[in-house]
Design a protein around this ligand. Structure first.
Ligand code: FES
Length: 239
C-alpha cells in the first residue's frame, strides 16, 4: 500500500543489447510538491535510484519537443505534465511509438526526421517569386501561418496515428501540418511541387480521419485541419 506522499513511476525498460524483451520497472519516490512534473520524476530516478535509465529532454519548458513520451495512456511532453493532474498515484511511461527503441524511453527518430526532410521544410521561390530580395507579407497573410509555425516536432502526433503504425512510408500528420505551413505562406512559390508530394499513395488521401493527432498535440495544433486544407488545395490546383 503506497503512502499519499509518494508516487510510483512504472517505467518501460529495454536495452536491445542485454534484454530479450521489454519489461516495466517500478520506482517509488516522494510526492510532496503539487508542481512535480513527470520529467522531474524521471530525473529523480536517474539521479538517485537508477542512473542507467535513458530518456531524452532538453529545454524543460515545452519548447524543444524532445521529452515526448506515452504517459498514462496519452502521448505528451514529460516536462509539461504535472503528476498531480494525472489523478493517479501510478505514472506509467512508455516510449514514443513507430520508431526503433535505442534504450528505455529513448528512440531512434531517424524515420521521423526523414519524413520532415522529405517535405522540404524551407521557403522555396519556385517559378513565380523572385529569388533575391525581401518577400513582403501583409499582416493578414502572416496570420495564416501564425499557428502552423508553432509545431515543435515532438512526434506525439506521429506516434498516436494508427495509419503511421501500419504504413511505414505514410508521411503522417507532422509532415502534413508542416507542408501546409509552406503551402499557406505567401513567401513560398512552390505550391505545386509541395502538393505533388502529398498527393500520392503515401500522402493525405491515406488519412483515416481518426483525429488522434489533433487530440494529442501539446501545442493545440490541428494536423487534421491541415490535411483537409491540403486535400482542397489538391482538388483546386492539380486535378
Ligand atoms: S524538454 Fe523540451 S519540450 Fe520537454
Amino acid at each position: 500500500m503506497m503512502r499519499k506522499d509518494t508516487v510510483c513511476f512504472n517505467v518501460f525498460r529495454f536495452h536491445p543489447d542485454n534484454d530479450k524483451k521489454p519489461y516495466f520497472q517500478k520506482f517509488e519516490m516522494p510526492f510532496t510538491r503539487k508542481d512535480l512534473t513527470v520529467l522531474e520524476g524521471l530525473y529523480y530516478i536517474q539521479n538517485r535510484l537508477d542512473n542507467s535509465l535513458a530518456f531524452r529532454s532538453s529545454c524543460r519548458a515545452g519548447i524543444c519537443g524532445s521529452c515526448a513520451m506515452h504517459i498514462n495512456g496519452k502521448y505528451r511532453l514529460a516536462c509539461n505534465t504535472l503528476v498531480s493532474k494525472l489523478k493517479s498515484n501510478t505514472v506509467t511511461i512508455r516510449p514514443l511509438a513507430h520508431m526503433p527503441i535505442l534504450k528505455d524511453l529513448f528512440v531512434d527518430m531517424k524515420p521521423f526526421w526523414e519524413k520532415y526532410e522529405h517535405i522540404k521544410p524551407y521557403l522555396m521561390p519556385g517559378k513565380s517569386l523572385p529569388t533575391t530580395g525581401e518577400r513582403i507579407q501583409s499582416p493578414g497573410e502572416r496570420a495564416k501561418v501564425d499557428i502552423l509555425i508553432d509545431c515543435i516536432l515532438c512526434a506525439c502526433c506521429h506516434s498516436s496515428c494508427p495509419v503511421t503504425a501500419s504504413h511505414e512510408k505514410y508521411l503522417g500528420p507532422m509532415a502534413f501540418l508542416n507542408i501546409d505551413r509552406f503551402v499557406s505562406d505567401t513567401r513560398d512559390g512552390a505550391k505545386a511541387e509541395r502538393l505533388a508530394i502529398v498527393n500520392d499513395e503515401h500522402g493525405v488521401w491515406r488519412c483515416h480521419t481518426v483525429f488522434n493527432c489533433q487530440e494529442v498535440c501539446p501545442k493545440d495544433l490541428d494536423p487534421s485541419g491541415s490535411i483537409a486544407h491540403l486535400k482542397m488545395e489538391i482538388v483546386k490546383n492539380i486535378n
